[in-house]
Design a protein around this ligand. Sequence first.
Ligand SMILES: Nc1ncnc2c1ncn2[C@@H]1O[C@H](COP(=O)(O)OP(=O)(O)O)[C@@H](O)[C@H]1O
Ligand SMILES: [Mg+2]
Length: 286
Amino acid sequence: MSRGREQCTYSRGSSGSNSPGNSDSSDSEVVLRGGIANEGEVVRLGDTVRRPQRSWSPATHALLRHLEDVGFDGAPRFLGIDEQDREVLSYLPGTPVVAPYPDWALTDEALVSVAELLRAYHDAVSTFDPGLHDWAPAPPREFVGNVLCHNDLNLDNVIFRDGRAAALIDFDLAGPGSATWDVACAARLWAPLRSDVDIVDARRGHGLGRLRLFVDSYGLDEVDRARVVEGARLNYLWFCTLIRESAARGHAAFARYWRSVSGARVDRTVRWFDDNATELHAALRA
Ligand SMILES: Nc1ncnc2c1ncn2[C@@H]1O[C@H](COP(=O)(O)OP(=O)(O)O)[C@@H](O)[C@H]1O
Ligand SMILES: [Mg+2]
């Protein structure tokens, strides 16, 4: 495998040894929908995905190279930079979970597979040294430990195959954190952890049970389990701040999204965490 891939200019047809091949011979770009941060700017071109870079993308690319080096196939391969200065990643076959969420993605089996994939990712990244890189904005200090977190395990950042979570995508927010923080983030989004008023799908009424199932399936140890509830609450606030501040700095897609999230819903969610702290902790106790 070639080191320095990130310096190379990648153009159509320059598939290296890590390219998944050219089974799709399409020469036109197709916009991939799902996320918010890069809405309309993530495209598929043949067997590759092209995405805008961020100032800390070199760190993300080092992470993806590490995952490739240790043989973790639950993440895209980093293939280089194209002539438009976009990152070039391998296109992962399968089905992304994009809204409106299909029922198969909301089952307990699907939830368990996401937790197991997150655990496999943490195991794969445990030998990666994040030291020399600049990373995305860090989590609260008390949740920064020795795990290089994905940090954004929303439903639309998981690719499924045969009903199981097979790969994580969108490592833009990856950075130093802890298992508790990544589990809390993922459980918050997948359980989900918020008022039932704001759950419009089959997960309504099942949030606490799914929280427990996620944490058990990941295999979080006793000490870390006790911190998941606080982690989820702070994770919600962390995301709100990140989106609000990006919107204020002129990020158009985040501004649109933030306008669509009512202040009442944010208040309701924060209150929900406070009002249900006892139930949340109880759900995680044996
Ligand atoms: N490597 C990939 N392989 C397959 N599909 C991808 C890949 N990267 C992104 N996608 C698709 O594009 C959508 C948006 O990509 P993403 O990078 O998550 O954008 P955003 O940064 O806006 O969240 C995803 O939900 C998924 O459907
Ligand atoms: Mg995304």
